[in-house]
Design a protein around this ligand. Structure first.
Ligand SMILES: Cc1cc2nc3c(=O)[nH]c(=O)nc-3n(C[C@H](O)[C@H](O)[C@H](O)COP(=O)(O)OP(=O)(O)OC[C@H]3O[C@@H](n4cnc5c(N)ncnc54)[C@H](O)[C@@H]3O)c2cc1C
Length: 396
């Protein structure tokens, strides 16, 4: 690759770069899928009926999901299957962040199985220059009720203490292997009623493993009105205690659920009063992390073009090396290729979250993607607009 320009002009409207890795046939197929998902009623129907059909192993349902929405948003059923997605991203200068997509596990055996899967992906990452980080969702490695109870009270029953120790051991094993092999671990953020437990564990792991290099990253959701202040406070503590701070910042995925629960249970919602407040805190988090990049390893995880551009321009303005390992961007596989590949072409560190796992296991993830891309207003979605622009450019 030629040396990137010192101050590149980034243009997210460049669909030629965004879809360079898609053949005409693939582009047409993607367009059909996004058109299908933009139908609100159809998405609702497929989300409910489709889920049940796949759950009960109806062979056609599995095949239909696999050939369409699964192929668009997932890397494959196994780590081995993901290799071609990883290679294709790397050909276009984008890295891969591996994410085992199984959710809602309830038995200790299932939690161990999730941990084993994550460890396998850490090992694959260590052998692959194109995979610097692996994702870890604590709700996949512990009972969600436990995470909630631990947050509600400092008093623990013997059985809860035993389960907490198991969770700690699972997470510690992952982070310790990540540290040994030089692979980063992103700890995802979840619902507020479990997040205090997750934050505590993430910070403990950071303090243990981020002594020389940023290995562990906690996630901060800026749709919460308290999170910018908490991020800054946690950073201060890391500096006092002498470890590097690792942070992935997102807007947050559970807004409706958070608001509904707060209303039902009659407590103040943790969510910002409006979108503008979320955006303001998000961009403030970018500024804080970029300005302190020597001691903070960060990832700007968003599909928002303005925020992505803001971070890119800030790095350029401050004259910081845009390939510095502490400055990263990320989008989900199958979405916002115009951000990923235009940033990658300009020489920034960009990774795609590549979710993998058996079709049946990743259904909740796929439903969230379908709902995100559906049109409630009848307007054409952002992804479909870009695909159609590229199809026009190619005269398809
Ligand atoms: C790589 C990657 C990793 C992610 N990891 C996580 C994770 O660990 N945990 C997690 O929760 N989410 C995660 N997400 C999802 C993320 O939180 C967002 O839901 C999603 O990316 C949409 O937000 P956006 O920044 O892309 O852009 P936008 O489309 O600009 O913003 C939409 C978001 O703004 C916020 N918002 C919308 N309306 C309002 C309102 N009225 N008031 C206040 N806020 C509002 C909501 O958070 C909404 O999702 C991840 C996303 C990516 C790309």
């Amino acid at each position: 690759m030629a040396d990137p320009e010192p101050n590149p002009q980034i243009n997210f409207d460049n669909t030629e770069i965004a879809f360079a890795n898609k053949s005409n046939k693939e582009l047409k197929k993607t367009s059909r899928l996004f058109k299908l998902m933009s139908n609100n009623l159809l998405t609702k129907l497929l989300s409910s009926v489709g889920l049940v059909a796949v759950k009960y192993n109806l062979p056609f349902a599995r095949y239909a999901v696999k050939q369409t929405i699964y192929e668009q948003f997932c890397g494959g059923e196994t780590l081995l299957d993901c290799q071609s997605a990883i290679d294709k991203l790397y050909e276009n200068n984008a890295l891969t962040i591996l994410d085992y997509g199984a959710e809602g596990k309830s038995t200790p055996e299932e939690h161990d199985e999730v941990k084993d899967q994550i460890i396998q992906s850490v090992k694959l990452a260590a052998a692959n220059n194109s995979v610097p980080v692996v994702v870890c969702k604590l709700s996949g490695m512990a009972d969600n009720g436990l995470l909630e109870r631990l947050q509600e009270s400092d008093e623990r029953t013997t059985s809860d203490q035993k389960d907490y120790d198991k969770l700690y051991e699972r997470l510690d094993e992952i982070c310790s292997i990540g540290n040994e092999l030089g692979v980063g671990i992103f700890i995802d953020a979840e619902e507020s009623w479990m997040q205090i437990t997750i934050d505590k564990l993430a910070i403990e792991m950071m303090s243990k493993y981020n002594r020389e290099k940023v290995i562990v990253y906690n996630t901060y959701q800026l749709y919460r009105h308290d999170k910018l202040a908490q991020m800054k406070k946690d950073y201060e503590i890391s500096q006092k205690e002498g470890y590097l701070f690792g942070v992935k910042f997102v807007r947050g995925a559970y807004m409706e659920k958070e608001r509904n629960r707060a209303e039902e249970m009659n407590y103040e919602s943790p969510i910002q009063k409006d979108k503008a407040s979320t955006d303001k805190d998000y961009d403030e988090a970018i500024k804080f992390c970029v300005e302190n990049y020597k001691t903070i390893g960060s990832c700007c995880a968003t599909h928002n073009e303005k925020s992505s551009l803001y971070q890119a321009e800030l790095i350029a303005q401050l004259g910081i090396d845009r390939t510095h390992p502490h400055l990263n961007f990320s989008q989900l596989y199958g979405m916002s290729d115009q951000i990923t590949f235009n940033l990658a072409a300009a020489g920034y560190n960009v990774g795609k979250y590549v979710v993998y796992g058996p079709v049946k296991e990743v259904i909740p993830y796929l439903i969230r993607r379908a709902q995100e891309n559906t049109s409630v207003t009848g307007e054409m979605g952002r992804e479909l607009k870009f695909i159609q622009t590229e199809m026009k450019r190619r005269k398809l």
